[in-house]
Ligand binder design. Structure first.
Ligand code: AMP
Length: 397
């Protein structure tokens, strides 16, 4: 079975074609700047063939058609006919409280995804558009929606409610939804396998640390709390996002710092985080290089990030009343052994230690637990596309 995984943004479309027998990515690529004059499409195959197309992509339909043409292309194609695509899995950012699981897409589901754009304006509209365009291009291919929020739908009320008037929360659907759920699910399942147990009775903390970062407490294989909230702005300070701040800072900066209400979302999402603190970069490789050369603000940004990650882990150990495994994943979590070392340095009193030598890994699934540690510590590369493909296959089979 071959599954096409689509991640549609407002001006971009990323894809992977996965062979489910081998779990191998046959081809992948991205269309960028859809709707703009300098739009392009980059395509790459498993055996290293590459192509860049500069044909106009005025809408997502042309982007979908360009992707399908590349997959069947004589030179860089990986399938001889579009009939070889058995299903399409769509990544959807926001499923609200409606979608507790992945679901087969029909007209009603597409409309519901579009309606949830009130909670994720940038993403859900683009997802609905991508679904419609794929359906237009391949009307007989079944499609599945896989939601970033579904995995967190098992959170108890006390974890997902905010201290706002109850009626307001109900009417306007204000609650913690979380994000990165597909990654947290994939990684926690792998961690349970590494523990050599079934999910029942396990307590795991997954640290998804990338450009966007979130931490999830997973009990019995289910999410019971997570750091992202109504939107992916909440929780940890990130590459360019501020994370949790005193809510009173918002009216304060509007009144005193010249930040306009209509610019707030952009400001908090794009101008803050480690980029805002360091003034150097949102990329941890740049921050570490600058800190090594003596840049104090870059060092401060790194210290703040590590401190916040450690605080979340500590609070989730309390929320879970213990923990069997702490797991690091995503760009920083998988690759940055210094961040992992510093986070874990502050947890030795709680019985969690890493083996400093084993920790010197990048992008591999490794047990980095120290010899005297009571808590397991793992590095597990995430694979959201494979998880989307697996969920899709399970539903269409
Ligand atoms: P993601 O959003 O999961 O793709 O993660 C992207 C982030 O991972 C980048 O912004 C970098 O900060 C970080 N990253 C990637 N590779 C490395 C590395 N080798 N060392 C440190 N940080 C890295």
């Amino acid at each position: 079975m071959k599954i096409l995984v689509i991640n549609c943004g407002s001006s971009s479309l990323k894809y992977q074609l996965i062979d489910m027998e081998t779990e191998k990515v046959l081809a992948k690529g991205n269309c960028e700047k859809i709707g703009l004059p300098d739009a392009f499409h980059k395509h790459k195959t498993a055996d290293g063939k590459e192509a860049v197309y500069n044909n106009p992509l005025p809408t997502h339909l042309e982007a979908v058609n360009s992707v399908l043409a590349s997959l069947t292309d004589k030179e860089v194609g990986v399938i001889s006919s579009l009939d070889e695509i058995d299903a399409i899995g769509h990544r959807i950012v926001q499923g609200g409280s409606i979608f507790k699981k992945s679901t087969i897409i029909d007209d009603k589901v597409t409309e519901q995804i579009e309606d949830l754009a009130t909670l994720a304006p940038l993403h859900n509209k683009a997802h609905a558009l991508g679904i419609r365009m794929c359906h237009e291009a391949l009307p007989n291919v079944p499609m599945v929606a896989v939601f970033d929020t579904s995995f967190h739908q098992t959170m108890p009320e006390e974890a997902y409610m905010y201290g706002l008037p109850y009626e307001m929360c109900q009417e306007y659907k204000i609650r913690r939804y979380g994000a990165h759920g597909t990654s947290h699910k994939f990684v926690s399942q792998k961690a349970i396998e590494m523990l050599g147990k079934g999910p029942e009775g396990t307590k795991i903390i997954v640290c998804h640390l990338g450009n966007g970062s979130s931490i999830t407490a997973v009990k019995d294989g289910k999410s019971v709390d997570t750091s992202m909230g109504l939107t992916p702005l909440d929780g940890l300070m990130m590459g360019t996002r501020c994370g949790s701040i005193d809510p009173a800072i918002i009216p304060y900066i509007i009144k005193n710092c010249g930040v306009k209400v209509e610019d707030l979302n952009n400001f908090m999402n794009k101008k803050c985080g480690v980029q805002g603190i360091s003034g150097v970069s949102s990329d941890f490789r740049d921050l570490e290089e600058a800190a090594e050369k003596g840049n104090k603000r870059a060092q401060l940004a790194l210290d703040m990030f590590v401190y916040q990650v450690r605080k979340f882990i500590g609070s989730y150990i309390a929320a879970l009343n213990g923990v069997d495994a702490i797991v690091f994943t995503a760009g920083i979590g998988e690759n940055d052994c210094e961040v992992r070392r510093h986070v874990m340095e502050g947890l030795n009193n709680l019985g969690a230690e890493i083996d400093v030598e084993k920790n010197k890994v990048r992008g591999q699934q490794v047990d980095i637990t120290g010899p005297n540690s009571k808590i397991k510590v793992f590095v597990i590369p995430t694979n959201e596309e494979l998880m989307i493909a697996k969920e899709t296959m399970a539903l269409v089979k």
